[in-house]
Design a protein around this ligand. Structure first.
Ligand code: PLP
Length: 439
């Protein structure tokens, strides 16, 4: 039998020979072998353990290998491993009911997709057909996925090489630390970002705009928690001009912020919610759109021109039911909130006070960003080389980080324990001390 080290080497060799990776130049990639995991930890074939403070792509909210979710998938595989979307499948209905029960009142239906990007795609399609309008306004600092309309709605650099869809317009959103609006307070940032959005709507012709599409809290763009009044203000603008509001909860939903939906912490009601990732922690690929009753009614007599072979797949549905039940019965969402409030938030704030390289810390629950700057006065982001060093030093100390631009996103599973938070904070502290010297 091969040794653990041999299996790790074989995993990497096969990957390098045959697997083509996302968003990367392929030649210099050096992926790490992962063989298994439990809770907040993963390990390679050799048994070396890592604290997963990335939750992979910020999706393993319930932690690795939750026994109830694994068992539900196994049981469903034994009963009925697949069935077409046109059937009435009990577990699919149970999954949709569990999701809508946690959404705002008046959103009673779910369209299931294979992941987040196609949830965005179909939410945009619904908004265009419901309003009879074409344009979609989203933010520069955003990521919405890698299919046609989703990548064009995306605000970050990943849009540019993929631009071909029609009707996408971008605006700046609130981000006080790097305000586009010369604002000096959260309230001012909110008011000016809303005025900017109003001006863009006026200039684009509000009667041509189908939807405003926002991540409730932009995630990959930097955990940009909206200031007071922003989201209700967007809702009011949407209502004024008959525009739908789509809130993208793919990353922020299902416990990440310490709420079932991130929008629960803000006074805002969307017309459509997109979800994926945390709904079943990615144990089986799935996503979807939660649809408000008026939008759903548009398609009572009229055909909805969209669909997927695996919409509401039984294994995905079973994993959703088990995941939501476990999150409920084990108090996992409440745990994420208290970890954020009691240990992770204060711990990161203490690191910001101690280390000059930390410009700002922001977030809630288990959804935090630590922004690194070369100079706290100018807020100049640290270089890519510094971030590369940060990543290497964290991994060398047994912590898997999520790195985006000049930020370390601190995004462990919702089940992370206070001891694991303490362990991670010590590692971040150590690495930040080193970076203070080189940054
Ligand atoms: N929307 C948001 C906010 C995301 O963070 C992501 C993925 O990171 C997506 C959509 C796309 O989801 P997927 O990768 O499942 O297509």
């Amino acid at each position: 039998t091969p040794t653990g080290a041999e299996l790790d080497a074989r995993a990497v060799a096969l990957d390098r020979a045959h697997v083509f990776h996302s968003w990367s130049a392929q030649a210099a990639l050096a992926p790490m072998a992962v063989a298994g995991g439990k809770g907040t930890r993963v390990h390679d074939h050799s048994g070396r353990e890592y604290l997963d403070f990335s939750s992979q792509l910020v999706n393993v909210n319930i932690g690795h290998q939750h026994p109830a979710v694994v068992a539900a998938i196994q049981e469903q595989a034994g009963r009925l491993a697949t069935i077409g979307p046109a059937t009435a499948h009990l577990v699919r209905g149970e999954a949709a009911q569990r999701i809508t029960a946690r959404a705002p009142d008046g959103m009673d239906k779910v369209f299931f997709t294979n992941g987040g990007a196609d949830a965005i795609e179909n939410a945009i399609r619904m908004a265009r057909l419901h309003t009879g309008r074409d344009k979609v306004i989203s933010r520069y600092r955003s990521y919405h996925g890698n299919t046609g309309a989703a990548i064009n709605a995306t605000g970050d650099w990943r849009r540019i090489p993929n631009e071909y869809a029609r009707g996408h317009v971008h605006v700046f959103g609130p981000y006080l630390y790097r305000s586009e609006f010369w604002a000096g307070s959260p309230e001012e940032e909110s008011a000016r970002a809303l005025q900017h959005l109003r001006r863009v709507l006026q200039c684009e012709g509000p009667e041509s705009v189908a939807a405003i599409l926002l991540e409730t809290i932009p995630g990959t763009a930097g955990v940009l928690v909206p200031p007071p009044g922003y989201l209700p203000g967007v809702r009011a603008l949407a209502d004024e001009f008959g525009i739908l509001l789509i809130l993208d909860e793919v990353m922020a939903g299902f416990g990440r912020t310490g709420e079932w939906f991130a929008l629960d912490a803000f006074d805002v009601r969307p017309d459509l919610i997109t979800f994926a990732k945390g709904v079943n922690s990615g144990y089986v690929p799935v996503g979807g759109v939660v649809i408000s009753n008026p939008v759903a009614a548009t398609f009572d007599e009229r055909v909805f021109p969209g669909g997927l072979t695996y919409s509401g797949h039984p294994l995905a549905a079973a994993s959703i039911v088990a995941s939501i039940e476990a999150m409920e019965s084990e108090g996992i969402v409440a745990h994420a909130k208290s970890v954020g409030t009691d240990v992770l938030g204060p711990g990161l704030t203490a690191l910001a006070d101690k280390h000059p390289i930390v410009g700002e810390v922001r977030g809630s629950g288990v959804f935090w960003a630590v922004e690194l700057v070369a100079d706290p006065a100018t807020r100049t982001p640290v270089s890519a080389a510094v971030m590369g060093r940060a990543k290497a030093e964290l991994v060398a100390r047994g912590l898997l980080p999520f790195i985006a631009d000049n930020r370390i996103h601190v995004v462990p599973p919702c089940v992370v324990t206070t001891d694991e938070v303490a362990e991670a904070l010590a590692i971040y502290d150590d690495v930040l001390s080193l970076l203070d010297a080189v940054g």
